[in-house]
Design a protein around this ligand. Sequence first.
Ligand SMILES: C[S@@+](CC[C@H](N)C(=O)[O-])C[C@H]1O[C@@H](n2cnc3c(N)ncnc32)[C@H](O)[C@@H]1O
Ligand code: SF4
Length: 452
Amino acid sequence: MKKNNNTPLQPKSLIEKYNIPSPRYTSYPPVPVWKGIEQKTWFHLLNQSLKNDPSLSLYLHVPFCKELCSFCGCTKVITKDKAKGREYLDLIKKEYELAAQKIDFKPHLKEMHLGGGSPSWLPADELDELLTFFLDPQKFKIDPLSLELSIELDPRTTTYDQIQVLKKHGFNRASLGVQDTHEEVLDVIRRRQSFEQVKNVFDWLKEAGIKLINIDLIYGLPKQTEQTILETLENVLKLNPTRIAFYSYAHIPSMRPAQKIVERHGLPDAELKRKLYEVGKKFLLTHEYLEIGMDHFATSEDKLYQAYKDGHLHRNFMGYTVQFSKNLLGFGPSSLSSIDEAFAQNEKEYKEWKQLINDNHSPIIHGHVLSSEELKKRKMIMDLMCHFKTKADITELPDWQKQNLAALSKDHLIEVKNDSLIATELGKMFIRNICMAIDDTYRPQNRHSSSI
Ligand SMILES: C[S@@+](CC[C@H](N)C(=O)[O-])C[C@H]1O[C@@H](n2cnc3c(N)ncnc32)[C@H](O)[C@@H]1O
Ligand code: SF4
C-alpha cells in the first residue's frame, strides 16, 4: 500500500469518527469474547508451560476499599468491616493451596504485584502475613536480588507501618492513586484526599528505599480544564515520580452505576478531552518523560523507559511490564491468569469467590485457549500497544485487514510499509482504534469505554 497524500482530517473530525467503544487490550482476545476453558485444560496447559519455562509472575487482588470513589471502574468491595481482612487472608491462602495441588512444578518467582481495590486497606500486620505467605522459598524458588515487588497504594489509607512492611519484604516499586490535585475535581469524584497525604506516602517510600514510584492521574473528568491539568502535573512532578499513568477516564455507567454521579457534573466533550490529553502529554514530554505505550510516561530512571527503548516492553493484565515471565498466576476475586496460549479468570464477586473456595473448588470460572490465528493477531496488537508499531508482511494480510488499515492510513493515523505498520504521532492517541483494525472479534458494546 502506498503512503497517501490526502489532506488530513482535522483532529475534531477524527475524534467524531473514532471516539467509539473499544477494548483496552490488556489481553488479546479481550475478555468479553473469551470462549471459556475447563479447569482441567487450564491446569494441564499451565503445567506444560511451567515445564518449558518455570518463571512466574504473581498477581494478588485485594478487593477492599474504605469508600467508593464515584469514577472508579475497578473490581472492588467497599467495606469498613475490618474482620473481612482475616477472612480474606484465610481464603486467598486456601485458594493458593487448591491451585498448588494441581501444579507439578516449583515455579521460579520473578515478580509479584498487589493490586485492587486497595492493598493498603489491609492493616500492616495482615499485609505482612499475606506477603510472608506468598514470598515463601518452600512454595517458590526465589532470588531476592532480582525479585520485582510492586503494590498499588491509596494515599488516604496508607500508613507508615505498612511501608515498613514493604521495606522488610524488599519491595522496589509502588503506585499511588492520585487522579487529580484540585479540590473541585476531587469533590466530583468523591475522593477526599489532600496533597499532603500523597507527599507523606511519597516521603515514607523514599525513606524506605522504594524509589520507583508511579502516580496514577486521570484526564477527562468534570471540572478539569487545560489549566487544571497543567497545575496537577506541576504539583505531582514536584515529587519526581519515575512514572506517570495518565489515564483516559473510562466512563461505563452501565457497568459502574456510581459513575452517573460523575456524569451529573458534566463530562468534557471528546474535543476537550483530547486537548486535556495533548496538553498533559506535551508537558510531560518537555519534563523528560518519555511516552511508553498507551497512557504511560516514564523517566530514564524507570526500567520501563529502557524496555520501551529496547523494544522489550510487554502488556498484560497488570498493565505495562518488563516481561519477567510468560506465566502469570492471579489470586483473589476477579484476578486473571495467563500463559502464552491460554487465559483464566477467577470469579469476580467476592461472595461467590468465597463460596467456591469454602467448598474446596478452584474459583476459576472463565478463560480462553488461543487459536494459531489469534496468536498472530495478539502479537501484532501487543506490539502496537507497547511500541506503536509492529512487523507484518502486509501482502499476506486478509483483505478486511488491508481495507481497515488503508482507511487508517488515509486519515494519517498509521504508516503502512511492506513489512510493518507504524502509528504516526497523531495515531498514538488512536492506538486502540488501530488495534481494532486488526481485530475481527470486536463488536461494539457498552462493556467498553470510548477510545479517546
Ligand atoms: C486499583 S486503583 C489504585 C489503587 C487505589 N485503589 C487508589 O485508588 O488509590 C487503580 C487505578 O485505576 C484508575 N482508574 C480507576 N477507575 C478508572 C476509570 N473509570 N477510568 C480511568 N482510570 C481509572 C485510577 O487511576 C486508579 O488509581
Ligand atoms: S479508585 Fe481505588 S480507592 Fe477508589 S473505589 Fe476504586 S479502587 Fe477503591
